[in-house]
Ligand binder design. Structure first.
Ligand code: CAA
Length: 285
């Protein structure tokens, strides 16, 4: 019988964790949101307050509904507060040791049937979950940025993920109004494996002065119907995140398409991380 998923934990309230929290709360779930410190909590809470006040301003939500939604999320800096969650989604920085440590800790906190999901975009879900006592209940649940808008969720099954866990996570993603796809534990899964070769190529073209950044982006927007050009999209993703994803995929595939363009590294070193730092390929207010 399918699991009842009513209470969900989110660990890490960066861009993705905050966006995932918003998706869950908008779908009537009770959410326990965790970050390491008060600053992280304030960022997550601020994200949800800002996004829902925008929805009220656009008359897409009324004030009582907003209050109810905000009240359905509790914030904490203590992982132990996730004890009665049916599902926990981890969205902390892309460092394998850090993720493995959090999963190991979560394993000792939540009930035996609870599913532990990682929003990792390129690390191995198998390696993240292997040090827990429940490798069969570990999956990837990879959302796309901005999570409240984009419908794809990649459900990543490892060789030991139990079938009913995959089925329940797929059904849960559908309940959130998402379009789940199921994929094995391969670097980049489906979307990033296809997308990042293209993004990396765009950086190389820009670096070799093939065309201006505006023209490179305009070509893909107006010629191919993409909502954003590749350089603007890299700014949205974050150049540091993009670099990490490319490096992981290159290490696994040795496909030259995924060898990060040198310019990416230089921009990151100079602090140009994209929207989050105010400047990347473009400058933001
Ligand atoms: N959070 C919540 N809602 C947001 C949002 C955010 N961060 N950004 C935009 N929205 C909402 C807006 O409120 C608006 O909602 P309504 O229609 O209800 O009013 C809607 O999205 C459209 O936004 P805008 O009108 O401001 O702007 P737009 O139409 O230009 O769309 C966009 C903006 C959604 C970002 C769109 O340009 C887009 O889809 N771009 C491509 C993004 C993409 O490819 N993401 C994948 C990155 S790869 C990844 O995430 C994987 C990984 O592992 C790195």
């Amino acid at each position: 019988m399918a699991r009842e998923i009513g209470r969900v934990g989110v660990v890490g309230l960066g861009t993705m964790g905050a966006g995932i929290t918003e998706v869950l709360a908008r779908n009537g779930l009770s959410v326990v949101a965790v970050d390491v410190d008060d600053e992280g909590i304030a960022r997550g809470r601020g994200h949800l307050e800002h996004s829902t006040s925008r929805a009220v301003a656009k008359s897409k939500m009324d004030e009582p509904a907003r209050e109810k939604l905000l009240g359905s999320v509790s914030y904490t800096t203590t992982l132990a507060d996730l004890a009665d969650c049916d599902l926990v989604i981890e969205a902390i920085p892309e460092q394998l040791e850090l993720k493995a440590r959090v999963f190991n800790e979560l394993d000792g906190i939540v009930g035996p049937d609870t599913i532990l999901a990682s929003n990792t975009s390129s690390l191995s879900v198998t390696e993240i979950g292997v040090h827990t006592g429940r490798p069969g209940k570990i999956v990837g649940m990879h959302f796309f940025n901005p999570a409240p808008v984009l419908k794809l969720v990649e459900v990543v099954r490892t060789v030991v993920t139990e079938q009913d866990v995959v089925d329940d996570v797929v059904a849960f993603a559908q309940r959130l109004g998402k379009e789940p796809v199921v994929i094995g534990d391969r670097a980049g899964f489906i979307a990033n494996a296809l997308l990042f070769g293209y993004l990396n190529h765009a950086v190389a073209m820009y670096e070799s002065r093939y065309a201006t950044r505006e023209d490179l982006d305009a070509a893909m927007r107006f010629g191919c119907g993409y909502p954003m050009g590749p350089l603007a999209l890299l700014d949205l993703i974050g150049l540091d995140t993009a670099y990490e994803i490319l490096e992981t995929m290159y290490a696994q595939s040795r496909n030259r398409l995924h060898a990060p363009s040198p310019m990416l590294k230089q921009m990151i070193t100079a602090g140009l991380l994209g929207r989050k730092s105010g400047r990347g390929f473009y400058t933001y207010d």
